[in-house]
Design a binder for this molecule. Structure first.
Ligand code: NI
Length: 275
């Protein structure tokens, strides 16, 4: 590991922070499929996480792909994503964000802490060109042969506002099945997915600004989107998915967009091996 990240890791603050929440926080998750808490960790930890985040995104080789551009295409990243950063930097699991996310997820899902597995991802919306991520359900991206019970805990490292791409949610949509999805621009070489919810549902959507260091948690089937970043400042966000061990489904769900994805991904791998 390079010296710059070792120096950042050596300065990891030791944070002891307990979030407070009441019944309405849990009730909102159960009835609407999402719930927000204005603080899950301290400003000190957020400042340190920004340094780690900027180091990770500082080199293209550490970014997995852009969510809204074809794999390996030329041009500036508009929605770059890093998956499971904790595998590279295990210190990310020794944070108040991770510990408190687990406590909140256990309370919302009504399970024991020890039952929960997690994996993280980071999505960066660059100033001015950070694109929208259209309506989707997270589970649409996942393995159609598995049954999930899961939620995402999404923490912005910069205040997430309507101007820089905070998220919107459709209340109650977590009770739906996984809807039919397509790839952004109808191009299977683009990782991002979208679905087209009922316009009446879209009209009921709630936009949820979240301050840096706050968190919004949503069910894996809750319909959500995030807007473009129209500001001249970056919008950094870090999310952990919390789930029970997925169970093998008796029959795989019909998700043709995942078949298209697998095909495009294997072609990408073949191209990379030739280089
Ligand atoms: Ni999502």
């Amino acid at each position: 590991m390079s010296r710059d990240i070792e120096e950042i890791l050596a300065r990891q603050p030791s944070i002891d922070f307990t979030p407070t929440f009441d019944d309405s926080f849990v009730e909102s998750f159960r009835t609407k499929g999402f719930t927000m808490l204005p603080r899950i960790t301290t400003d000190e930890e957020v400042m340190w996480l920004r340094e780690v985040y900027d180091w990770l995104f500082g080199d293209k080789s550490r970014v997995h792909f852009d969510l809204v551009r074809p794999y390996d295409s030329d041009g500036e990243d508009r929605l770059p994503q890093i998956i499971a950063p904790e595998q590279r930097l295990p210190a990310l699991k020794n944070t108040a964000f991770w510990r408190n996310g687990r406590v909140l997820a256990a309370a919302l899902m009504d399970v024991e802490l020890e039952q929960l597995q997690s994996w993280g991802h980071m999505i960066r919306k660059p100033p001015k060109i950070g694109e929208e991520l259209p309506w989707h359900q997270d589970e649409a991206y996942w393995d159609p042969t598995k049954i999930y019970r899961a939620l995402g805990s999404w923490m912005p490292l910069d205040d997430a506002t309507p101007e820089n791409g905070c998220m919107s949610f459709i209340p109650g949509s977590h009770r739906k099945d996984v809807l039919s999805h397509k790839h952004v621009n109808d191009d299977p070489n683009v990782h991002g997915l979208y679905t087209e919810p009922d316009p009446a549902d879209i009209a009921r959507a709630e936009m949820v600004p979240v301050p840096a260091g706050g968190v919004v948690l949503h069910h894996s089937r809750t319909l959500h989107r995030s807007g473009p970043n129209t500001t001249d400042r970056v919008r950094r966000a870090y999310s952990n998915e919390w789930q029970l061990a997925p169970v093998e489904a008796e029959t795989a769900a019909h998700r043709p967009w995942m078949d298209e994805h697998r095909q495009a991904w294997s072609e990408r791998e073949a191209r990379r091996q030739k280089v």
